[in-house]
Design a protein around this ligand. Structure first.
Ligand code: HEM
Length: 432
């Protein structure tokens, strides 16, 4: 297909939709998505300098939903499943001996292997099983809120609550001891926050892509070393946690190889906390900006599930995933060729006014709220019930213990194209 016929984005917009800074600024990017959904809903993004492979940017809810559910036509291979610059793709290939994916995990598998791996832990993440960990999660929520209240009337909610709490939960289900959690936090932030100088621990602004990739590769190596030790322990003394399930799992009668097993731990450890952190902080921001809503939910806890679901839509912590077309096809009137790369932009889809009335408003009573923040189809978030449970329990405790909450400074979002959200949320708190 001749690229001239494609509805190509202008260079400035093409840069805006992949730039980590745009996701930190947020509102102007939402304006751009509003325009694109109207004028160019399946847009061809090609960098004139060839810094990244070209791709289709998909911004309408219906198109993102359709692609997500058609896992035969739209694969998670062979191009990367997260947007990456050519340099980073090449670096990963060199490191892994050919795969563009630094880590092999559920999100980098397609059928038939994907379902075999997913089934290993699927039951564990179902509501029925999760009921068994509710008491432990509540204990963690209470301890976390204790620390917030001890910090005084003014505190950074991200630092004291929304970052450590989901991390504690995920580490608990992986059987990682509490003293190792700071190290895990640092490693996941290096992997996911590689583009943000406050989160990647480098303290350096504007790192070149090569340096960011090296940081991420270093984090992956550290993770691997850590989880190799954990596997040996969980094989010798298996318990009820997810790590024991992974360490002792077999696929087609064989134990998982090292790369696949590490990938499994890494996806649970990494996917499970920065995401939930972002939606938790987003819910708190929305409530701090609307004291009446805080008071209403305190009185009527039946509103809580609505707060949780709306926070997940409104924040859309996973901002995109990529797919590769397995065959020639069509999306939103555009001809897609076999091998083309597509960006499913969940931020854009979750702000589509044809699906969500007044999409920028945080509306806890929104119904239905069939957002795409957890994706859809075969790869739909494995941890979605856990994420909802964590948020519901934390807010139950927060609402019990806090009379009122307001902003005490400017919140700030992280610079990241993939997983993003608030990195600081200064609050003034009135205890109950
Ligand atoms: C608000 C919090 C969360 C959000 C917004 C979120 C979002 C997502 C999204 C968008 C996907 C890809 C879906 C697709 O390709 O269609 C995904 C996959 C995944 N998530 Fe989550 N997630 C969250 C929390 C969690 C938690 C708590 C865990 C586990 C501890 C988790 C584990 C996973 C795993 C293992 C996958 C890969 C599933 C597969 O490829 O089969 N996530 N998540």
């Amino acid at each position: 297909m001749a690229s001239a016929a494609k509805p190509r984005l202008d260079a400035a917009t093409g840069y805006e939709v992949i730039s980590p800074e745009s996701y930190a600024k947020w509102d102007p990017l939402l304006d751009t998505f509003d325009r694109l959904r109207e004028e160019n809903p399946v847009a061809w993004v090609e960098d004139a300098e060839g810094r990244h492979p070209p791709f289709w940017l998909v911004t309408r809810y219906d198109d993102v939903m359709r692609i997500s559910k058609d896992n035969a036509t739209f694969l998670n291979n062979p191009q990367t499943v997260v947007f990456a610059l050519n340099e980073a793709i090449q670096f990963a290939k060199n490191l892994t001996g050919g795969s563009p994916h630094m880590v092999a995990s559920l999100v980098t598998f397609d059928a038939p292997i994907h379902m075999k791996y997913r089934k290993l832990t699927q039951e564990w993440f179902m509501p029925k099983n999760l009921r068994q960990i509710e008491d432990e999660v509540r204990e963690l929520a209470v301890k976390t809120v204790d620390r917030l209240l001890e910090a005084g009337p003014e505190a950074d909610f991200c630092k004291l609550v929304s970052q450590p709490y989901p991390l504690h939960v995920v580490m608990q289900i992986l059987g990682v001891p509490e003293e190792d959690e700071p190290r895990m936090l640092m490693l996941t932030q290096q992997m996911f926050g590689g583009q943000d100088e406050d989160l990647n621990q480098s303290g350096m602004k504007d790192l070149p892509p090569e340096a960011i990739t090296q940081l991420v590769a270093g984090a992956v190596k550290d993770f691997e070393a850590y989880f190799a030790k954990l596997t040996a322990e969980k094989r010798a003394n298996p318990t009820e946690d997810v790590a024991s399930t992974i360490a002792n799992a077999t696929v087609d009668g064989e134990p998982l190889n090292d790369r696949d097993m590490m990938g499994y731990y890494i996806i649970v450890a990494a996917a499970g906390h920065d995401t939930t952190s972002a939606s938790t902080a987003g819910a708190m921001l929305a409530l701090a900006q609307d004291p009446d809503q805080w008071a209403r939910v305190r009185e009527d806890r039946s509103l809580l599930p609505g707060i949780v679901e709306e926070a997940i839509r409104w924040t859309s912590p996973v901002q995109h995933f990529m797919r590769t077309a397995a065959e020639d096809t069509e999306v939103g009137g555009q001809q897609i060729a076999k091998g083309d790369w597509l960006m499913l932009n969940y931020v854009a889809a979750n702000h589509d006014p044809t699906q969500f009335e007044n999409p920028r408003k945080f509306d806890a009573s929104r119904s239905p709220n069939r957002h795409l923040a957890f994706g859809a189809g075969a790869h739909q978030c494995l941890g979605l019930h856990l994420a909802r449970l964590e948020m519901r329990i934390l807010f139950e405790v927060l609402l019990d213990r806090i009379e009122g909450v307001e902003l005490a400074g400017e919140p700030a979002r992280s610079k990241s194209t993939f997983v993003g959200g608030l990195k600081t949320l200064p609050l003034r708190i009135t205890p109950a």
